[in-house]
Design a binder for this molecule. Structure first.
Ligand code: BES
Ligand code: MN
Ligand code: ZN
Length: 498
């Protein structure tokens, strides 16, 4: 897909598909109004016939409008006239592009950047159009022997009315493309099944990234090195699997200045059976996505490298497979983590926090400015926030605020939950320094409480993406989303500009 910007009068673009808006009660967007006038009201006549009422999500393709020379217009519903919410804007674009994807249009001119979106600039809208378009056209058919025919659409050009606005939009174009590519990359990696996407495979992906970008380097710690470091928590989880564990350490240097790095830590459980605390068959479907945190870290670093952001990032990815069996760890086993703290295993299905604990301790050696972990950590976050918001928990209010803002800005939102001391009580163990589960109540918070015991030496935030990194787990429509790559890239862009 090619993305571009143009200032050409849409009335002179008869051949391309023009995407324009209609509000409820038949009110037209400015470009739709121009087309209506130029076509002697043919457009409003079609709309008045009731084929489209203007509700968000509706689309009406119009071919050969009246006796005008417009060959193809796509009218999309934009809701009540007035300012749109950022999410509604995204929905409108996705609806339009999904419908276009099934048509024969090769070039589309999107005239929707003129819609008003509350508190958002033109360049924000241009960037969202690119990211939403890429999301709408995404497919994963690597393993289908019968591929669906490719979409005819080759180029989407965003119409901006004034030439003086082009400069700001060019940066949006660049950022939108880099984010869209990284999101697709992350989705592809996440959608791979665990018989292909093993810990070793993830390590190869990280090495490939380092080959592609000079600014990126990688080091992969093997089981023997992890043993030497005393990573008993990570190795405990891995011991039941035939796949060797890896600790992938990526580094991105976008500036020659010496800067304390931003550390990104991604949970990379390539399949989570629950281990000896075995999951039920229904809840096991979707567990190939338990490495979405890892895929997000690789994807985010890719975007930073693509955008040449002048910052320093390290990516630490603990990756294992969580299997049951005769060699696997068991409930009531006691593990000694790299930090020296001991952990009583209550559930072998609470494995994410175990591998993260050693990865977080390992981060200390980088003397990081901040550490952000990304993990499909708890089913409880889906109960609390559903599929719309990532759960955010932090030991630093400023860091939390920055991440929440980046989520708002990127339309990839997070919502904060508390990390109060009272919750720490729930992970007491009679036999070890802590237990790896805290009971049914506040499961997302007690998981973070566990992690907080390994993050005392730095500013840290935890993103629980169990509800947002993949949609409809357990159904035939399950699919990775690439979240929270947009949030994190926005955070990095903000950091780079400070
Ligand atoms: N990978 C799961 C969390 C998960 C659940 C992700 C649903 C995506 C969708 C995690 O390892 C897990 O099993 N968590 C347990 C923790 C419990 C045993 C304390 C859970 O949420 O049930
Ligand atoms: Mn689990
Ligand atoms: Zn898991």
């Amino acid at each position: 897909m090619k993305f571009s910007l143009n200032t050409t009068n849409p009335l002179k673009q008869h051949k391309a598909c023009l995407i324009v808006g209609v509000f409820e009660e038949g009110k037209l967007s400015p470009t739709a109004q121009m087309i209506d006038t130029a076509s002697h009201k043919a457009l409003s006549k079609v709309i008045k016939r009731g084929a489209i009422t203007g509700k968000i999500g509706q689309v009406l393709p119009v071919y050969h409008l009246g006796d005008s020379s417009f060959e193809h217009i796509l009218v999309v519903g934009c809701g009540k006239k007035g300012s749109l919410s950022p999410m509604a804007f995204r929905k409108i674009i996705i609806g339009a592009i999904k419908s276009l994807g099934t048509s024969d249009a090769t070039l589309a001119i999107c005239c929707l950047a003129e819609l008003e979106v509350s508190k958002k600039s033109l360049s924000w809208k241009a960037q969202q159009i690119i990211e939403a378009t890429s999301d709408a056209l995404y497919r994963f058919d690597l393993f289908k022997t019968q591929k669906e025919p490719a979409t005819a659409l080759k180029e989407l050009s965003i119409h901006v009315s004034e030439a003086k606005q082009l400069k700001a939009c060019e940066l949006a174009l660049k950022q939108g493309q880099a984010i869209a590519e990284s999101v697709s990359f992350t989705k592809n990696l996440a959608n791979l099944p665990s018989n292909i996407c093993t810990p070793t495979f993830l390590a190869t992906q990280a090495k490939d990234l380092a080959k592609k970008y000079r600014s990126v380097s990688v080091k992969v710690l093997e089981e023997s090195e992890m043993k030497k470091l005393g990573m008993g928590a990570l190795l405990g989880v891995s011991q039941g699997s035939a796949e060797p564990p890896k600790l992938i350490c990526l580094e991105y240097k976008g500036s020659s200045k010496k800067q304390a790095p931003i550390a990104l830590v991604g949970k990379g459980v390539t399949f989570d059976t629950g281990g000896n605390s075995l999951k039920s068959p229904d809840s096991m479907v979707g567990m190939k996505y338990d490495m979405c945190g890892a895929a997000t870290v690789i994807g985010t670093i890719k975007a930073a490298a693509e955008l040449k952001l002048p910052i320093h990032i390290v990516g630490v990815i603990p990756t294992v497979e969580n299997m049951p069996g005769g060699t696997a760890y068991k409930p009531e086993d006691i593990l000694t983590s790299m930090s020296g703290q001991t952990i009583e295993v209550i559930s072998t299905d609470a494995e994410g926090r175990l591998i993260l604990s050693d990865a977080l301790t390992y981060c200390e050696r980088y003397k990081p400015d901040v550490v952000i972990d990304i993990a499909t950590l708890t089913g409880a976050v889906v109960i609390a926030l559903g599929f719309h918001a990532t759960g955010l928990i932090s030991n630093d209010e400023t860091l939390a605020k920055h991440l929440l803002e980046a989520g708002q800005e990127s339309n990839d939102r997070a919502w904060q939950l508390p990390l109060w001391d009272e919750y720490q009580e729930q992970i007491k163990s009679p036999f070890a320094d802590m237990a790896n589960t805290g009971g049914r109540s506040a499961g997302t918070i007690t998981a973070a409480c566990f992690l907080s015991r390994f993050t005392k030496k730095f500013k840290w935030a935890h993103l629980d993406v169990a509800g947002t990194a993949a949609m409809m787990m357990g159904t035939s429509e399950r699919m990775a989303t690439g979240r929270p790559v947009p949030l994190l890239v926005q955070y990095l862009i903000d950091r780079a500009s400070k």
